[in-house]
Design a binder for this molecule. Structure first.
Ligand SMILES: *Cc1c(COP(=O)(O)O)cnc(C)c1O
Length: 453
């Protein structure tokens, strides 16, 4: 068996984030102010984010330096390993080579600290004392809580009700790091109270939790908002993943033909994929880049590419993205991190440009893939990451059928140690494949804001 693990020396950890906006053949559509329908400027976003992050949001510089204090924190777990999945290849009987970049080695167990740390740092530099945010499965909330603890920021997390009930240990982790966490919809905000008045048992959604967190930031001078996915600066921060993977694949003497990532809001996918897409846009090798999403919340494969709000109470600007409608509440399936109604505008734009593909799978097939992976490779993937595992296995089986020895790279974006209740349900045969409600989807889409062309 040839080499399994590719570790990058600390001195080789990337010094810059890669900004794909610099290499796009066509710029992404502008973000619009919902009142004026004009492009938003930096000042419009200033109540929510510190200026450094706003400038990153709109930057077209190819390389943006990673501040040294941020790199110093990253050294706690980065560079993250790249692993050749020899045993999975054998279990599948595929001639393909499968590599995975493992982001579960971070203290919070996923890729999310890659952006939580710089976001907290830029906020602390700007004199901000508190951050408000939303979380689904709790991965983002615990990552921001960790980052807040390191830089002395108070963190208030609104956690989607179904996940809050399903995953009590994520809340305990947030509280261990010193954050406070409430179930959303909550009675702490106007947005939450309005939803609870209609339905006291509402399961919550990321769209609602975002409304609550944005409201808190917009109405408190010492508080800013932090988002764990979707925005350009978040995707930017995640590009350290793909840049490291490129160097590690060079060590391995391989070059991927297919790059796979799961997509909730698009950040871990962007993190592994954008550096490779950028290389292609600058004249390099053309690869297949595959986004994998849940069939129960299929924004990229079934959503409409249209201007929409990022939240349910319509407090955010309008972005053009693949959306299921901002009032859409996906069924309560287990990949809590993949339950967002929209997709990152930049990922959506790349889909429109034909630079990426998208595919959707149901959760039972994803858990089946995750269990196969765990039994071959030892790591238990997060339910979200199971979608990427499923996508990679599907590619490996295609290679087997076609007799091709392609190189497949996927992002194993987090471990599932806090999600074992979902695995228990899977083994008990209690996980079902929920499809979204067609009628509810149609209604949510009919409510899209009308934007003049
Ligand atoms: C949050 C999360 C996701 C979904 O978010 P993206 O922005 O699409 O990456 C996927 N996997 C894990 C492990 C997560 O924590």
């Amino acid at each position: 068996m040839s080499q399994t693990k590719f570790l990058l020396d600390e001195s080789k950890m990337p010094t810059h984030w890669y900004n794909i906006a610099a290499d796009l053949p066509v710029a992404a559509p502008p973000v619009l102010h919902p009142g004026t329908m004009q492009p938003v400027g930096p000042d419009d976003l200033a109540p929510l984010f510190p200026m450094e992050l706003i400038m990153q949001e709109v930057s077209t510089e190819r390389e943006i330096p990673i501040p040294e204090p941020v790199r110093e924190v990253f050294r706690l777990w980065r560079p993250a390993p790249l692993i050749r999945a020899h045993r999975l290849e054998k279990a599948l009987g595929t001639p393909a080579k499968i590599y995975y970049k493992y982001e579960g080695v971070s203290p919070a167990g996923s890729h999310k600290p890659n952006t939580a740390i710089p976001q907290a740092w830029y906020n602390a530099q700007a004199g901000i004392k508190k951050l408000s945010t939303e979380t689904g499965a709790g991965q983002w909330g615990s990552s921001l809580a960790f980052a807040g603890a390191l830089f002395g920021l108070q963190v208030q997390v609104f956690q989607v009700r179904v996940s809050y009930d399903q995953k009590p240990y994520r809340r305990a982790l947030m509280e261990t790091y010193g954050a406070s966490c409430v179930a959303s919809p909550s009675n702490l905000t106007n947005a939450g109270r309005a939803i609870l008045a209609q339905n006291p048992e509402h399961p919550g959604s990321l769209g609602i939790a975002i409304s609550e967190a944005v409201e808190v930031a917009a109405t408190n001078d010492d508080t800013k908002y932090a988002l764990g996915s979707v925005l350009n600066h978040v995707l930017l921060h995640q590009t350290i993943i793909g840049q490291e993977a490129m160097l590690q694949l060079e060590m391995a003497g391989d070059d991927p033909d297919v790059v796979v990532g799961c997509t909730g809001g698009g950040s871990n996918f962007a993190g592994i994929a954008f550096p490779f897409i950028g290389q292609q846009l600058r004249g390099g090798k053309k690869r297949r880049i595959v986004a994998v999403e849940p069939a129960a919340c299929p924004s990229l494969t079934r959503g409409k590419y249209a201007y929409d709000f990022g939240d349910t109470a319509h407090l955010t600007p309008l972005t053009k993205m693949h959306t299921l409608g901002s009032t859409f509440t996906p069924p309560g399936f287990h990949a809590g991190g993949l339950r967002y109604h929209g997709m990152a505008p930049m990922v959506s734009h790349l889909k429109e440009l034909g630079l990426i593909e998208a595919t959707a799978y149901h959760q039972v097939a994803c858990f089946e893939a995750g269990v196969l992976f765990a039994r071959a490779e030892g790591i238990v993937p997060a339910p979200e990451a199971n979608h990427a595992v499923k996508g990679a296995i599907a590619e490996a089986l295609r290679c087997k059928a076609e007799g091709k020895s392609e190189v497949i790279l996927f992002n194993l974006c987090g471990h599932g140690h806090f999600d074992m209740a979902a695995y228990t349900q899977y083994f008990a045969g209690k996980l079902t494949d929920q499809s979204y409600d067609e009628a509810e989807l149609a209604m949510a889409l009919s409510g899209l804001p009308s934007v003049p062309a």
